[in-house]
Every structure is written in structure tokens, then in C-alpha cells.
Design a protein around this ligand. Structure first.
Ligand code: SF4
Length: 117
């Protein structure tokens, strides 16, 4: 019977402090702007930059590499955070992530017909 490991976020914020890019698309910008009570234009001007690859926008980071929306141990846009943030570490991760991330593993089994959540 197939099993897979799913990791449950413990809100340690390691991924938010990891230097890198959080890609954001139109729908995500719209959601975060609405959540913060801003227009999309204001949000783009204040919180995004063109990706080095010039293929879209990403959130800006602070000088120490952490995300602009990290406040202590909380994400300022938690309820509207980007898909990339929601997926870590299950849909993507970075080399050495297990040494800094406190997510707890759980074996999920019995994936059958029509499975999924
Ligand atoms: S948007 Fe929120 S969850 Fe995503 S990296 Fe920034 S602080 Fe972390």
C-alpha cells in the first residue's frame, strides 16, 4: 500500500527567513492587497520587485534576506499568503531545509481511488 510523508508546519518561520524569492502572480497580489486594504498598484510598488529572470514579480526581502512580511514569528499576510509559502516543504524545499525547518513528518497512507484532500 503506498505511503507518503507529509510535513506539518510548526510556524518556525525558517522558510520566511531563508534568502530567496517568493514568486507572486496576479491572483496572489490581488488577495494580499485586499487583505492589507491596499490597491494592487500600491501593493506592487511597495512590496514587490521584478525577478532577476524578468519573468514576473517576487516579494521583496529585507537586507538580512528575510521576507518583508515576516513580523516576529508571524506572517503579516498569513491568511492570504502566496501558494509558494503554503507549499513549503511538501511541494518544494531547498538544500539543507531539514536542518533548519521544524515541520513534523507524518506518514500518510491508503492513497486510493479518489484519494486526496
Ligand atoms: S509571505 Fe509570509 S509565509 Fe511567505 S515567506 Fe513571507 S512571511 Fe513567510
Amino acid at each position: 500500500m503506498p505511503f507518503e510523508v507529509r510535513y506539518h508546519c510548526q510556524r518556525c518561520t525558517a522558510c520566511c527567513r531563508w534568502p530567496g524569492q517568493v514568486k507572486v502572480g496576479e491572483a496572489e497580489i490581488s488577495s494580499m492587497a485586499a487583505y492589507l486594504g491596499m490597491t494592487e498598484w500600491e501593493f506592487v510598488q511597495e512590496f514587490t520587485q521584478v525577478r532577476p529572470q524578468r519573468d514576473g514579480l517576487s516579494l521583496i526581502n529585507r537586507e538580512n534576506g528575510e521576507c518583508i512580511f515576516l513580523e516576529g514569528r508571524d506572517c503579516r499576510v498569513q491568511a492570504a499568503k502566496p501558494v509558494q509559502c503554503q507549499g513549503f516543504p511538501n511541494t518544494w524545499n531547498f538544500p539543507g531545509w531539514r536542518e533548519v525547518c521544524e515541520a513534523r513528518p507524518e506518514l500518510v497512507g491508503g492513497v486510493g481511488k479518489g484519494g486526496g484532500n
